[in-house]
Design a protein around this ligand. Structure first.
Ligand code: FES
Ligand SMILES: [Fe+2]
Length: 410
């Protein structure tokens, strides 16, 4: 497909419907997605606790593009294209590590932690180190979470920063550590992975373990059965001074919501998985703070741990899912938590979703595939139980929600 074909396919889209087939499996469309979406969006790149010291680095990929996060001598975390300014070799392989300088493995050009070129052996006399520093990537850090954008003019970030600082403050990510990282290759287009990850139409049937604590139902997201559950939760959070949301713009959404009645954490039995809570307020019984960035990630922060999910495209039918679990930095494995138990629920859920997305891809590849209506996004009705918690920066669903009469559903 050329650009004209791509535009024609984009124009074929019908609001509220799944996408034309080519948007899920065509190679040229995939390259367009990478440039137009992943190349321009804010992406959740990791956590400051993964870069604890001067020289700590984290190398990751956005699609096929290698990125390097580095903590410099001043303590500032910087983001660079992980591509040597000599002949483009990758400076660091994917993963985390620590180094006093960044040394290219090819011809040993050596960079300072601020990206400036320190030395390039046997180059001509008129070679200017100052013109060959690493190319920087836009970076923002909010309450211990690192965001990057590959575009020179990223989407405005101020509202996101303001809201997320308030929502995340009780979770104290400055004193967190990564307890476990898991990666999973899903043989499905990134849109199928994310569409699946951001809807819960499938949850009740496919995620019996998740549904024990996460409020799923066939007809709405947040139907708890017990009419007072949401009202009591909201009153309790107000008492603790924890903001709820929902808040968001077209590229992000965030909300703090109650888990099912009697459930304190997202675990198999609803009980905390970590003895040392991340959230001091309410002894960690604060529901879940979920925030999501389009196009690739979401996170659930409950009182005792945080779960992070990121989907990075590899090819038209291949996506790398990275999952991370954070706990309080003083929580000791084997004493305060059991790692296998900590990761069990989301690993189970992610494997179920892998199966769903890969099955979906094969069906979407069928000549019989035709776009069809997607179930409308449910409303976070319980947030309207009292005044002062109306959605702000409303995207489409929030705006339509805001017009609804505010009443308690029973
Ligand atoms: S490519 Fe890095 S030093 Fe040559
Ligand atoms: Fe799912």
């Amino acid at each position: 497909m050329n650009l004209v074909d791509i535009k024609a396919k984009l124009d074929e889209r019908r609001p509220g419907h799944s996408l034309p087939q080519a948007l899920y499996n065509d190679a040229a469309m995939f390259d367009f997605d990478m440039a137009a979406i992943y190349g321009r969006s804010w992406l959740m790149a990791g956590f400051t606790c993964e870069l604890p010291e001067t020289g700590s680095y984290s190398a990751l990929k956005v699609g096929r593009w290698p990125i390097l996060l580095v903590r410099d001598k001043t303590g500032t975390i910087r983001a660079f294209h992980n591509s040597c300014r000599h002949r483009g070799a990758m400076l660091c392989k994917e993963g985390t590590g620590r180094s006093p300088r960044l040394v290219c493995p090819y011809h040993r050009w050596t960079y300072n932690l601020d990206g400036s070129l320190l030395s390039a052996a046997r180059m001509p006399e008129d070679f200017d180190n100052a013109e060959h520093g690493l190319r920087e990537v836009r970076i923002e850090v909010v309450s211990g979470v690192i965001y990057i954008c590959l575009a020179d003019n990223p989407p405005p970030f101020e509202a996101f920063r303001r809201e997320m600082e308030a929502l995340l403050a009780p979770h104290d990510l400055a004193h967190a550590k990564v307890a476990h990282v898991e990666t999973l290759t899903e043989y499905a287009n990134w849109k199928l992975v994310l569409e699946n990850g951001r809807e819960c139409y499938h949850c009740q049937a496919s995620h019996p373990e998740l549904a024990r604590t996460f409020p799923v139902s066939a007809s709405a997201y947040f139907e708890f059965g017990e009419a007072d559950h949401a009202a009591q939760y909201e009153a309790r959070m107000q008492e603790l001074g924890l903001p709820l949301g929902p808040v968001g713009e077209d590229w992000w959404q965030a909300i703090r919501f109650p888990l099912n009645p009697g459930m304190q954490s997202m675990s198999m039995d609803g009980q905390p998985l970590v003895a040392k809570p991340m959230v001091a307020a309410g002894n960690g019984d604060v529901g879940s703070l979920r925030w999501a960035l389009e196009p690739h990630s979401f996170a659930h922060a409950v009182g005792d741990h945080l779960f992070f999910f990121s989907a990075m495209p590899i090819g038209p039918r291949e996506t790398l899912v990275t999952a991370k679990w954070l706990v309080h930095q003083d929580a000791v494995e084997g004493v305060d938590y059991d790692r296998a138990a900590l990761v069990h629920l989301w690993n189970t859920t992610n494997l179920q979703d892998k199966e769903l997305a890969e099955n979906n891809q094969q069906g979407v590849d069928s000549p019989g595939y035709t776009p069809a209506p997607i179930r409308p996004r449910p409303k976070f009705w319980w947030c309207a139980l009292s005044t002062g918690t109306a959605p702000r920066h409303g995207n489409t669903w929030m705006k339509s929600w805001a017009k609804k009469p505010r009443r308690r559903r029973t």
